[in-house]
Design a protein around this ligand. Sequence first.
Ligand code: NAD
Length: 391
Amino acid sequence: MKTTQKKLNIGLVGYGFMGRTHSNAFLQAPRFFDVSFEPVRKAVCARNRDRAAAFAANWGYESIETDWRKLVERKDIDLIDIASPNDTHHDIAIAAARAGKLVMCEKPLGRSAAESEAMVAAVESARVANTVWYNYRRVPAVVLLQNLVAEGRLGRVFHYRAKFLQDWTISQDLPQGGEGLWRLDVAVAGSGVTGDLLAHCIDTAMWLNGPITAVTAVTETFIKERKHNLTGKVELVGIDDASAFLARFQNGSLATFEATRYARGHKALYTLEINGEHASAMWDLHDLHRIQWFDHKDEGRVRGWRNVHVTDGDQPYMKRWWVPGLQIGYEHTFIHHFADFLQAISEFKSAAPTFRDGLATDYVTDAVLRSARSGRWEAVKSAQAIVEAAG
Ligand SMILES: NC(=O)c1ccc[n+]([C@@H]2O[C@H](COP(=O)([O-])OP(=O)(O)OC[C@H]3O[C@@H](n4cnc5c(N)ncnc54)[C@H](O)[C@@H]3O)[C@@H](O)[C@H]2O)c1
């Protein structure tokens, strides 16, 4: 890190799971990447003062706030990073954009596409750099896979399939709402596994294979009532526990997507596969530094699936890390994302996925939930087609 760099003062909202991954990225990105800003952990905001203070001490934040509005108003903050639950994204992002701050926001962008549209309009009319933390776009193996597809190595693409399986909500006794369990409360989360898990699969899929134009879906809520932690009463569960859909891509290929939190034994099994005319590729989050690659052009006698260990210096991001053969992990995806964001803002740009890209995913998740209700194929709106924000 050069000492003459311009400081970038960060205000982080939320000190949970993502607050930690982002704080780690703020610390590590300048150590491993040539960045033109010095990130300063200026303030962390969370509602509980003591816990915010403990987080600030652990991660080296200079100050704390207990109301995000105060954080957004502060003149000494350049970047607002939103790492709080989904129901907070819309209001914080819009206020931050209006205050002229750069905005990084966790996924899904909004609880619905309607919220996300307003967020896109806010950052675009304020002309502030923005990004959504769909971090799987920064796994070196996934980037390599994307590069191979973009180079046309697969030829015409026929199939895409993705799933994201977990098992942590199977117990009937698990309450909904409040700390750690807001994902089960539809008012806070917006939806269940569709917005939480499938959103990741959809973002990666559209990055690899282009826009999704139509979907037909089924969802299920296996446990219909759960005690609510905030009211103490047994209340209806409004989230989807499982969601599966078929999709058509604009390029003519077909897809299947599935997510659930009821797949006993699976903790975070995100897998994807893409099949083209000349080649196929697969990736698995549980083995995130590898891709499986099959190239039909290989000599027939030795043709087969290659297991590529993505750790060498000529593979994406890896020359920044250790020596060939030594792998990196989950936390590095956030470091890569933040380093890319710093590079983008040095060129007065946003880093992909932008808020508009996040809206594109929300249009798909909205169509999935609509289709599950209607029982019909539903068209997906195009995020590129929405009117450019004024100004
Ligand atoms: N990119 C990913 O892979 C990924 C993974 C997990 C979560 N997420 C997303 O990150 C966001 C946060 O999820 P998490 O798992 O870190 O949640 P979490 O429950 O671990 O942490 C949420 C934090 O937000 C704080 N918070 C809640 N309301 C607040 C408010 N009004 N003002 C200030 N702080 C508030 C809580 O105190 C807590 O510190 C969600 O949008 C989630 O979908 C993304």
